[in-house]
Design a protein around this ligand. Sequence first.
Ligand code: NAD
Ligand code: MG
Length: 382
Amino acid sequence: MKKIILLGATGSIGTQSIDVVLGHPNMYEIVAMAAGYNIEELKKIIRIYPTCKYYSVRKESDALALQAMYPNLHFGHGDDGLLGLLDVKADMVINALVGFAGLKPSLLTIEKGMVLALANKESLVTGGPLVKAALKKFKGTMLPIDSEHSAIFQCLQGNKTSEVKRLIVSASGGSFRDKTREQLVDVSVKDALSHPNWSMGKRITIDSATMMNKGFEVIEAHYLFDIDFANIDTIINKESIVHSLVEYVDRSVIAQLGTADMRIPIQYALSYPDRLPLMQSEPLDLIKVGMLHFDAMDFERFPLLALAYEAGKRGGNSGAILNAADEVAVELFLNEKITFLQIEECIAKAYETMEFIANPSYEDLRVTDEKTRAFVYEYGGK
Ligand code: NAD
Ligand code: MG
């Protein structure tokens, strides 16, 4: 029985992780869960998964109300509650938090000797070198949940990283893939939130439309697989069926295919190196799909992808700047304070303005995050 701590339980990845665990009740057990502000969703989860004893939420008032309602369970709150959950004895932590908030729990997971199943790509975007150093120091294991990275990880099985020529990270193209830049000027929040292939949290859906998400995934791939940025390419596969590819030195290209179902990569992280049947899922029917399309990525159409490569290569606190700027810019867009294209402008401005730190400590990254967020609220909120 593998014991799991699930961070971000009420989110898109969180709820799908619970689904995967419920499919194999004799193999996996969730022993602790962290959530944010969505208490109704958490109550639903407690109903369908009543055996988990330890919880943490953001607000103290929510924790107190839940404690009164469920006297046999334990509810913490805030950062202490979240990090305190990692004291519960477990084998693996699924980090499905969103944003910079995920970095500290990732580091602590490794420090405490638990396997890190990582959905929170921001851990690597903001603190890649710190996560790598912790993995080395504590001889830790990190497994990808992001679909592209799970695909690459699967394509690498049985092969040597030293024989990889390049990684090719797939992109769906997001909600606006068929629009020109001119047509992006007055797109609405509602349209931006309707992703053609995947149903995900709000931030990552907007990040897919701006291609910031793909930029983050290039940085994520760099740290996960130790491949130079020069050898990481991106490609548009609008069907979201070819989840990514690995080209080897002998010109052989291995791809991983599947339906757009995040439970596949989530379950692979749980079951690795084994594979298990996935309950209640549709098989991939390539005959029904009929045709797969591939397009080159347009770096002028998607300047944030170019900026992510640049930030990834510069390293230091660059990813933390990008992430914090994006987090706030997306929030301002969702609240209709800025337009879609102003997301790019806010991020570029923050990148250009914020102080560069070459070898940041966790504390430097935290301060970078705080200052960048304040900068974008000020710049974009005007
Ligand atoms: P989401 O917004 O649906 O869920 C985020 C979860 O984290 C929620 O449970 C929320 O309450 C919780 N949370 C956020 N901040 C918190 C904090 N400070 N403390 C405690 N809990 C907090 O997001 P999501 O779409 O599930 O994405 C989660 C992560 O997985 C992100 O890093 C995203 O980039 C990545 N990811 C998501 C998908 C997807 O299909 N949704 C695919 C690949 C990668
Ligand atoms: Mg992805």
